[in-house]
Design a protein around this ligand. Structure first.
Ligand SMILES: *Cc1c(COP(=O)(O)O)cnc(C)c1O
Length: 366
């Protein structure tokens, strides 16, 4: 038995520490997880009600075409129903794009420090990944453009970028799309777009009207607070969506995910309140980082990457002992930085108190 050569070097995904595990190991009563950019306010209560109403149907397959949810999402974004595709999280939409578009030897372009699933799935399909370093934490679109060759199939842009939190503006993305050959698919992963209050965030749906070769990815896992249900979607040109649909598994999203997402997208008051609380949280955290003399990247999602000037693993462990789980930069190739999710006000304050203690006991790395 031999697996295909493309995957031999791939590590098995290492999940971050779960809350229960940390409680048990360290004997803590309270553990705060600010590691996976989940919504600290949960989800719309209407989503939970919608799941309960579906429970009696648990033995019946879901609607494989997600018909009701497709119409609601299409209406919400003012696009055609043939422009929408759902996945088990936008992670699965990334997988399906790779599966639908790559043959061995194709080239694909992504940033060096970005969401790992683009490279992971491209490599599984045998594509050659051309990685372009970030510039001050942001996608360097002119360098990415310069990397395009005749073999380029797909370019991945994570906006705001995970893990840095930085963003590319509407004008930058519009100019980029104008310059990219029409034969190259540009994936705009906008998992955090609902949090953006910059006023300069791309009007992606206007761009999609103009460019056939672009697709935006959205998710119900972040601001909608439905991460455990695994549902996300892509919106693009009907031909692109059709290709992705051709490789989709028949029942890739569950009945419960579909019902919850349908209720959640109709409760925009909840989204609004989460966005506002997040903006307040970012302002608070950035002010605290400035007080502690720490530099952070501009934050356009619901997380901040901050340079602690100490080995990230030590900071990670120090915070963990105090019951706070964050994402350590040692796992992300940012050796002295950490990525922290913006929590509730109380969580943010507890994080800062703990961070201050950890910084005091850990020597500055020069
Ligand atoms: C969280 C995240 C996703 C996907 O999340 P799903 O739960 O699979 O929908 C996609 N892209 C980025 C950049 C993310 O941070």
């Amino acid at each position: 038995m031999k697996a295909k050569p493309n995957i031999l070097h791939l590590p098995v995904y290492q999940p971050g520490k779960a809350i229960e595990e940390v409680k048990r190991e360290l004997g803590l009563d309270e553990v705060i997880k600010l590691a996976s950019n989940e919504n600290p306010f949960g989800s719309s209560p209407k989503a939970i009600e919608a799941i309960k109403a579906e429970l009696s149907e648990i033995s019946i397959y879901p609607d494989g075409g997600s018909v009701e949810l497709t119409s609601a999402v299409a209406k919400f974004h003012d696009v055609g129903t043939d422009q929408v595709i759902f996945g088990a999280g936008s992670d699965e939409v990334i997988l399906m794009i790779a599966r639908a578009f790559f043959v061995q030897g194709d080239e694909t372009i992504m940033a060096t420090h970005t969401f790992p699933q683009y490279k992971h799935n491209a490599e599984i399909e045998g594509a050659v990944c051309i990685e372009v370093p970030l510039k001050e934490g942001t996608h360097d679109l002119s360098a990415m453009l310069a990397a395009v060759t005749e073999r380029t199939k797909v370019i991945w842009i994570c906006n705001p970028n995970n893990p840095t939190g930085t963003m590319n503006t509407h004008d930058e993305i519009a100019n980029f799309l104008a310059a990219v050959p029409a034969s190259v698919l540009v994936v705009l992963d906008e998992a955090y777009c609902e949090y953006n209050t910059s006023g300069q965030y791309p009007d992606t749906f206007a761009l999609l009207k103009q460019y056939k070769n672009a697709i935006t990815l959205r998710t119900f896992s972040k601001i909608y607070g439905l991460a455990s249900l695994r549902i996300g979607y892509g919106i693009g040109h009907p031909e692109v969506i059709r290709s992705i649909n051709q490789v989709r598994e028949p029942f890739n999203t569950t009945r419960f995910a579909q019902a919850a997402a349908l209720a959640a997208i109709q409760d925009q008051a909840f989204i609004e309140s989460c966005r506002e609380a997040n903006t307040v949280g970012i302002t608070y955290l950035q002010a605290e980082f400035a007080r502690l003399d720490l530099k952070s990247f501009p934050a356009h999602g619901n997380f901040i990457m901050v340079d602690t000037q100490r080995p990230a693993e030590l900071v990670f462990n120090g915070l963990l002992r105090r019951g706070i789980i964050i994402r350590g930069g040692h796992k992300l190739d940012f050796p002295t930085s950490i990525r922290v999710t913006v929590g509730s006000r109380e969580q943010n304050e507890k994080f800062i108190t703990a961070l201050e203690q950890v910084l005091a006991e850990t020597a500055v790395q020069t």
